[in-house]
Design a protein around this ligand. Structure first.
Ligand code: FAD
Ligand code: MG
Ligand code: MG
Ligand code: MG
Ligand code: MG
Length: 551
């Protein structure tokens, strides 16, 4: 009995008689969580840690509220207001969870081990390396910034991913203003120092450009009156528009607003090189152009971390760009390994891969054809397992299965409303085109963390029956439904106390009132009362005194 540990087996240790009579409980399964960002932290907060022996590994001993990082670059919000120490989060769970500040550099799925390296201390060998066994591994390590191997980016550009990045950007903006003020510079040199370039017209780049513009025009212009007319902000985007993931109305509004604000939006330009003094970009019409700049922020999408790339090679995913999981967030062909958030993508099962099986299950009377009713009867299961079917019907404005059946029968055989396998295939031929990849957002990562924790909390009774509630594939009824993302809408703060929002049902809202919605949503979403108080008081302080421009 002494070999087991943890609260669940405590009674078995307490007396030898009891230990003989009561069945020995097995030791708790080891769960190892990599990462303390949106995915990992939400998983941990929702996990019932009494059931597991949990260890958390991350090079960062805090959670950072990334949506407010752009506000940190302008000093609207203080860095400490958006971070919550991970140990404080774990303490609220009863202190059962262990945390190691270290980076995982290798996963060994055969021996169910991960290899880590501490970045704060070394061991006897002097390298700070150690390994950890797992029964279940949750990979939630997020992504790195993608430079597309553009020369000079790593050396000369800022990224905006971590709290330190936001602090560095802020200091760098101030340095540019101080440099531009020096007495021995000529006008050209002052202009160069005050040229701020943002590469990437996605939500982060746009929000950063907007908040920089506010900072410069509302606050710094008062402190540097003699040079404020020399400031220029450029936003460079390779596509034809900025904010392409949003509705056109938002894109247009943003481009117009930036135009009025004097932010130079350069769409259709691809940055090909960054040197210490100039950024070189390309456009089919103009060829290469080089512009001098003072500071540049690179924000053009995300890439896979090197150790995840290695892991993917090990498990036969070498040809993929992002680590793939199934709809239960399990890494395929890799027992006990799960991946959530920005480091992973769900490979939605295609209807066409299972079409014969679906047909067989639906054809209850074994007649070789499907009636509308037969399809109707399993429609709910189909929707859960293959959400693309529901999206397809909606996109074609079909009101139900009768419409779908009619679409496959064509005009000739309208009287018979039964489908044979060929017609069934034809009816569903295009549905897989509706498979949607989820965006790399905090919203997705946290919903996945929550979903996975709930699955883990129910794992015991599901172990015999691991696949969830659907009958179509496999034998038994699946215990868990596949993960389903609920989009709650997305904001695009555009500066000047104006925000655009795209809410579910393509409801668009733009302006000052949306800014207030933004304030209230982000106040509510704070991870603790402490950070909520701090963030709200930062906002209040900014309303009264303006942004802090001390460094
Ligand atoms: P992350 O939150 O990045 O967490 C990754 C964790 O893994 C970190 O703790 C990291 O330290 C750790 N880690 C890294 N390498 C290792 C390793 N080798 N071993 C162990 N641990 C490791 N999303 C929204 O929905 N709304 C927004 O408004 C929004 N704004 C954003 C603004 C900015 C500036 C940025 C950068 C992102 C924004 N996002 C937003 C996106 C959102 O932050 C990400 O989608 C989200 O953080 C992804 O969560 P994650 O858990 O996958 O990764
Ligand atoms: Mg995470
Ligand atoms: Mg995060
Ligand atoms: Mg993802
Ligand atoms: Mg039939």
């Amino acid at each position: 009995a002494a070999a087991s540990s943890g609260g669940l087996v405590a009674y078995a240790d307490s007396g030898s008689d009891a230990a003989v009579e009561k069945p020995q409980l097995p030791p708790r399964k080891k769960v190892v969580v990599l990462g303390t960002g949106w995915g990992g932290t939400t998983f941990l907060r929702n996990l019932d840690s009494r059931f597991y022996d949990v260890q958390v590994i991350s090079p960062r001993n805090y959670f950072a509220f990334t949506p407010l990082l752009p506000s940190v670059t302008s000093g609207t919000v203080e860095p400490r207001s958006i971070v919550e120490p991970i140990r404080r989060i774990l303490e609220k769970k009863g202190g059962e969870i262990k945390f190691w500040e270290a980076e995982c550099f290798k996963v060994d799925p055969q021996s169910k081990k991960i290899h880590c390296r501490s970045n704060v201390g070394t061991n006897l060998e002097g390298n700070g390396e150690f390994s950890v066994d797992y029964d279940y591994l949750v990979i939630a390590v997020g992504a790195r910034t993608n430079t597309f191997n553009t020369p000079g980016v790593v050396e000369n550009c800022h990224f905006l991913k971590e709290v330190e990045d936001a602090q560095k950007i802020r200091r760098s903006v101030m340095d540019c203003f101080e440099r531009a003020s020096l007495p021995f510079l000529n006008e050209e040199e002052r202009k160069k120092n005050l040229h701020f370039v943002v590469v990437g017209g996605g939500p982060t780049g746009v929000e950063f450009a907007a908040s920089l513009h506010d900072f410069v025009t509302k606050d710094l212009s008062k402190l540097y009156p003699s040079i404020q007319h020399l400031v220029k902000i450029s936003l460079i985007e390779a596509a034809d528009h900025i904010l392409t993931m949003f509705d056109n109305r938002i894109t247009n509004f943003a481009e117009d607003k930036f135009g009025r604000d004097g932010i130079d939006v350069k769409t259709g330009y691809k940055v090909v090189k960054v040197s210490k003094d100039a950024i070189t970009m390309q456009n089919p019409a103009t060829g290469d152009i080089s512009v001098p700049y003072g500071m540049a922020v690179w924000s053009t999408g995300i890439g896979t971390r090197p150790f995840v790339v290695e892991f993917m090679k090990q498990i036969g995913q070498a040809n993929r760009r992002v680590l793939a999981t199934d709809e239960w967030l399990r890494v395929r062909e890799c027992d006990g390994v799960y991946a959530i958030g920005d480091c992973a993508t769900i490979n939605q099962r295609k209807v066409m891969e299972d079409i014969s099986e679906i047909f067989r299950v639906a054809d209850k009377d074994k007649s070789g054809t499907l009636t509308v009713k037969e399809i109707q009867d399993i429609l709910h299961d189909i929707y859960v397992r293959y959400p693309q079917v529901q999206l397809y019907l909606k996109s074609k404005q079909m009101n139900g299965i009768a419409d779908l059946v009619r679409s496959a029968k064509g005009d000739a055989e309208k009287e018979s409303m039964e489908l044979n396998i060929e017609e069934f295939k034809k009816a569903l031929a295009l549905v897989d085109s509706q498979v949607k990849f989820l965006p790399a957002t905090a919203q997705v990562a946290s919903q996945q963390g929550q979903y996975l924790a709930r699955c883990f909390n129910k794992m015991k009774d599901a172990e015999e029956n691991p696949e969830g509630p659907i009958r179509i594939r496999g034998e038994g009824r699946h215990r868990f439904r596949p993960f389903r993302y609920r989009h709650l809408g997305q904001f695009a703060p555009l500066g000047g106390e104006q925000t655009a929002a795209q809410l579910p049902g393509d409801w668009i809202s733009i302006g000052h009132s949306t800014q207030w919605l933004w304030y209230s949503v982000y106040a509510t979403k704070q991870i603790s009362w402490r950070t909520r108080m701090l963030v709200v008081s930062d906002w209040t302080r900014r309303f009264i005194f303006g942004r802090d421009s001390s460094c």
